[in-house]
Write a protein of this length. Structure first.
Length: 87
């Protein structure tokens, strides 16, 4: 814990930048979830099979992109944590 605090104290601007970046990611995820719910309600209400397939594909693509972005961000955070604690 002390190593983490020292690493954070040495780079306060970087930590602040990461905090705002994570906030933006969380807001984007919430936005995508809301849009997905709205799209889902439209898809359920519409009777056309093509719209249902397109809606499912759209939601799956968004979930896939979010999963890739989440793994990428988590990997960067983990690498930073490991290297900061080693110093």
């Amino acid at each position: 814990m002390t190593n983490q605090a020292n690493a954070n104290a040495s780079v306060p601007s970087n930590k602040k930048k990461w905090g705002t970046f994570l906030n933006a990611v969380v807001c984007f995820i919430m936005f995508v979830v809301v849009v997905g719910m709205i799209m889902g309600s439209f898809v359920v209400n519409s009777a056309s099979e093509v719209t249902v397939i397109l809606g499912i594909g759209f939601v799956l693509a968004l979930v896939g992109l979010l999963a890739i972005a989440g793994v990428f961000v988590f990997g960067i955070w983990l690498i930073r944590l490991i290297f900061c604690s080693k110093k």
